[in-house]
Design a protein around this ligand. Structure first.
Ligand code: ADP
Ligand code: ASP
Ligand code: MG
Length: 444
């Protein structure tokens, strides 16, 4: 049993009065929890992103919606926080330039500010002594707004001053060393909680969400998916990287550094054992498919240049341009004169911008020496497991989906994944067929 733990509650775990009451039950029955990290109320970050993109004319209605969501929770839980909610909405209304990345981060941070305020007020109303900590004073990042990079040295230093006793704080946000609010990228509250777990030397990280653990595939898409009771850090990292939304991909880095096991649990059925993610390596020589993942919102960028026939430096040039623009590439396939690469729009940052549409200078730079074709509406499917390069696995995988068009396949760079890029309209059917035939009823 852990001596102390950090518990993170996601958007759906703070979305209704009932969910917030569950947090109260969990804290009273698990006294190892030292810090509670909360996401914004489910749906609020999306509304805030919409607010930043919307014309002046629709802003008032969005602000009203955001205010109502929080007012309703406060009313149902009988909490005297109306004034603070009105103040947050006023702060949003007063933002002058909602197109500036710095201001977008500030706007998005109001979601976590409000949810942590409401949950703290509820816990206090239940007789728990809980201090609200503004994470901006502790989680220090650079100024890459939308996807800020954590300054671990500064953060560790600040965390030495973290208050003792039960605390509640915001996930997803941080601050530059000179006090400007930043965000860590969508879904980043898991990462915030992991950083806290590392910096505060915690024994265990508890991720409370709306499903009772990690499944062989998103159970909303494949209802027959099986729960995976135990996963290694590597397996979980692979699943998260390939799009299992259950955990933000960066979450495992601090946990691996601090050797902190992660338990994924349901806020609504907290007594279920969930999934434990630990250091234990699975020594498996036989091929094992552990899960299938699906990641929407993929861009396929094909860069083609006949000038590059027999020339060197083509890939280096492309990657240096992308790196300068802070764009990370997921999959890549090449031929002599062309390269096709996938980019996940959500991985670019919290602001949901397509880097190739919003950044003409980047396109111009690539088009100086190459033809660039961008395809949207694609989804990445991945088979995750061990020893997947053993003969037969790729053939079987592709055989199952042979009647569907595939835009790109990545196989061979690692023996723990096979990924295929497909059209978004066909993705759900394909993933269901793959799950049925590869993971079926027999389980993992
Ligand atoms: P939270 O708001 O708690 O962070 P998320 O929506 O980010 O919740 O993540 C939980 C969701 O992840 C689940 O509701 C489920 O639909 C989805 N999900 C995707 N892949 C998996 C998987 N392999 N196992 C369980 N859930 C998954
Ligand atoms: N509220 C943020 C989001 O919706 C962070 C998170 O949920 O982890 O992306
Ligand atoms: Mg999440």
């Amino acid at each position: 049993m852990a001596r102390n733990s950090i518990a993170k509650f996601g958007g759906t775990s703070v979305k209704t009065a009932n969910a917030i009451r569950q947090i109260g039950h969990i804290l009273t029955s698990n006294t190892t929890i030292r810090v509670v990290v909360v996401s914004a109320v489910g749906g609020v970050t999306n509304l805030l992103v919409e607010l930043c993109k919307s014309p002046e004319t629709t802003r008032a209605a969005l602000l009203q919606k955001i205010q109502d969501i929080h007012f309703n929770l406060a009313e149902e839980l009988i909490l005297p926080v109306q004034d603070q909610i009105v103040q947050a909405v006023r702060r949003l209304n007063n933002i002058r330039d909602l197109s500036s990345p710095q201001m977008i981060d500030f706007a998005l941070s109001q979601g976590e500010d409000l949810s942590s305020l409401i949950v703290q007020a509820y816990l206090v109303s239940q007789g728990l002594e809980v201090t609200h900590v503004d994470i901006r004073k502790f989680l220090i990042t650079n100024d890459h707004f939308g996807k800020a990079v954590v300054d671990l040295t500064a953060t560790k230093h600040q965390m030495t001053h973290f208050p003792t006793g039960l605390c509640i704080t915001q996930g997803f946000i941080g601050s530059t060393s000179d006090g400007r609010t930043t965000t860590l990228g969508r879904g980043g509250s898991d990462y915030s909680a992991a950083l806290l777990a590392e910096c505060l030397n915690t024994d265990e990280l508890l991720i409370y969400t709306d499903v009772p653990g990690v499944y062989t595939m998103d159970p909303r898409i494949v209802p027959s998916a099986h729960l995976i009771p135990e996963l290694s850090f590597q397996e979980m990292a692979e699943m998260a990287n390939f799009g299992a939304k259950i955990l933000h991909p960066a979450t495992l880095e601090p946990c691996i550094r601090g050797q902190i096991p992660v338990r994924i649990l349901s806020t609504f059925e907290p007594d279920k054992p969930g999934t434990i993610v630990t250091v234990t390596e699975r020594q498996n020589a036989t091929p094992t498919i552990s899960a299938i993942t699906m990641r929407q919102g993929q861009l396929l960028v094909t860069i083609k240049s006949l000038k590059m026939l027999n020339a060197y430096g083509f890939l280096a040039t492309i990657f240096s341009i992308l790196a300068r623009n802070k764009i990370s590439v997921d999959l890549i396939t090449t031929s002599e004169v062309s390269v096709a690469l996938t980019i996940d729009i959500t991985s670019v940052g919290s602001h949901a911008v397509n880097p190739f549409i919003s950044n003409q200078a980047l396109l111009d730079e690539l088009m100086e020496f190459a033809e660039v074709v961008i395809e949207e509406d694609l989804t990445l499917l991945a088979i995750v497991g061990t020893s997947l390069t053993i003969p037969g696995i790729i053939q079987k995988t592709l055989g199952i989906i042979e009647s569907y068009p595939i835009r790109l396949v990545c196989y061979g760079a690692s023996n723990s994944s096979i990924s295929v890029l497909v059209h978004k309209d066909k993705a759900v059917t394909m993933v269901q067929m793959l799950h049925q035939q590869l993971l079926g009823d027999a389980g993992v």
